[in-house]
Design a protein around this ligand. Structure first.
Ligand SMILES: [Zn+2]
Length: 451
């Protein structure tokens, strides 16, 4: 039973329906749910509401909903800044990394996920999805699920897959692809074992064939049928760069958006990563079907893929969330840095008034929660889950700032405190749930062995 009061935040940026920004704000949380939001709450707490109350002072701090990460490959933290993959385009980048990932096993998957999730937590993230699409040497989705349970973040792992290897005209080596019947069977096993659809769920499983260039049309279609039968969400990579579009036109005779439409891959239970190259017709199609997009600006820069048309998507009503993408293509997994990059890139493309710091933060919080189907998260409002990020405005990065809400302009980029479901994950900038120095040591040892 948690009963906590976050008291006297300089400002709470709630991301509620009214866009409320509340000065000198308190937030009362019981059993993981927000009970009240506003100034001077303590005087009104009586009886069991006051019993065992833990007070966290937030003077000089901004409070926001926890950030939501809609796209990651957590295992890739084990392959940051690999020399052969530092300067390649998407397809060449993948081809230099596949053989390294093929030597991973359960320990690498678990360690990579712990590191990636801790990095997310310290950058304000309370809910993350993950897209794990290789399962070499006995690795299982559980390797990442157990990591999320240790770190304490709300987690939406997706069961990815690749089934078309080099010998059949696909991109990945044959050793990394799986049999399609076995993929679908494992999806069913994972959903039955772990998926929790309830409000406040800490774990939801999704179905996520890797990309149109690494699985068959049949698997895409079967995956959509399975996900709908089970009531879970669908996720993949789509329209990431020019190579991706060329592959789609050559192999399928249509653009990625049309391919997705023909296979049942549009709808509010679907979100696609990247979508850098969606054209105006595809943007309309996504808006009309309420299909979600995971925008990954740093990865798109790193791989030279381009700038996703987020301004146009938002103006047409497409639901957009933010993702750091895997740490082999970012290689930083900081979600607050990602939100700043989103804001800056849209300005590069469309002008300085194209994306405010507040709108970018909205995309990074409530936008992402909506893309992941979490109407119970992503805002500071009565009845919503207590996923909260507390940002200290008294440090170096915000010294001299005139606007406490504009942390994507002035910083800080790391949280002071972080709560998930009312449980404290970060305190004074330190992870509370894991021994981080030990986890870093373990990760570096495993990475060195791979080198
Ligand atoms: Zn990705």
């Amino acid at each position: 039973m948690t009963n906590i009061l976050i008291e006297n935040a300089t400002l709470a940026l709630t991301m509620d329906d009214a866009g409320s920004e509340i000065a000198n704000c308190d937030i009362h949380v019981r059993d993981g749910v927000i009970q009240a939001v506003g100034p001077n709450l303590r005087a009104h707490l009586q009886g069991e509401q006051a019993e065992g109350l833990a007070v966290h002072r937030a003077d000089g701090c901004l409070v926001t909903p926890g950030l939501v990460n809609t796209h990651h490959h957590l295992y890739q933290t084990m392959t940051r800044a690999v020399p052969a993959a530092q300067d390649a385009l998407l397809f060449g980048w993948l081809q230099s990394l596949y053989p390294i990932w093929g030597r991973f096993g359960p320990r690498e998957m678990h360690s990579g996920a712990v590191i990636g999730l801790a990095e997310l937590a310290l950058s304000g993230c309370t809910l993350s999805s993950d897209h794990m699409y290789i399962f070499p040497n006995g690795a299982r989705l559980e390797d990442s699920i157990e990591a999320a349970q240790r770190v304490g973040l709300r987690f939406h792992p997706t069961r990815g897959a690749m089934s078309i290897g080099e010998s059949k005209g696909g991109l990945p080596p044959d050793a990394l692809v799986e049999d399609e019947a076995a993929i679908l069977e494992d999806c069913i096993r994972l959903i039955d074992a772990h998926h929790d659809p309830r409000d406040g769920s800490m774990l939801r499983v999704g179905v996520a064939p890797c990309s149109p260039f690494s699985v068959s049309t049949d698997l895409m279609r079967e995956a959509a049928l399975l996900a709908r039968d089970k009531g879970v969400m669908l996720h993949t990579h789509l329209a990431e760069n020019d190579e991706d579009i060329a592959y789609s036109l050559e192999k399928f005779g249509c653009r990625p958006g049309e391919y997705a439409r023909d296979l049942g891959w549009l709808g509010e239970d679907v979100w696609h990563a990247h979508c850098v190259k969606l054209d105006a017709t595809e943007i309309d199609l996504f808006a009309a079907t309420r299909t979600g997009v995971a925008h990954c600006p740093c990865s798109n820069c790193r791989l030279g893929s381009g700038i996703a048309p987020v301004r146009q998507m938002r103006d047409q009503g497409v639901r957009v969330g933010l993702g750091v993408d895997g740490s082999a293509s970012n290689d930083l997994g900081s979600l607050s840095a990602e939100a700043r990059q989103l804001m800056l890139l849209q300005r590069v493309q469309n002008g300085a008034d194209a994306m405010s710091a507040r709108e970018a933060l909205y995309i990074a919080t409530r936008g992402g929660a909506e893309v992941l189907g979490r109407s119970d998260c992503g805002q500071i409002a009565v009845g919503k889950r207590a996923d909260l990020a507390i940002w200290d405005l008294q440090g170096l990065e915000s010294a001299g700032s005139w606007d406490p809400a504009a942390i994507l302009l002035a910083g800080p980029q790391k949280v002071r405190d972080l709560f998930v479901e009312g449980k404290q994950i970060v305190r004074d900038g330190e992870m509370q749930t894991i021994n981080l120095p030990q986890a870093i040591k373990e990760q570096n040892k495993l990475a060195k062995d791979l080198m």
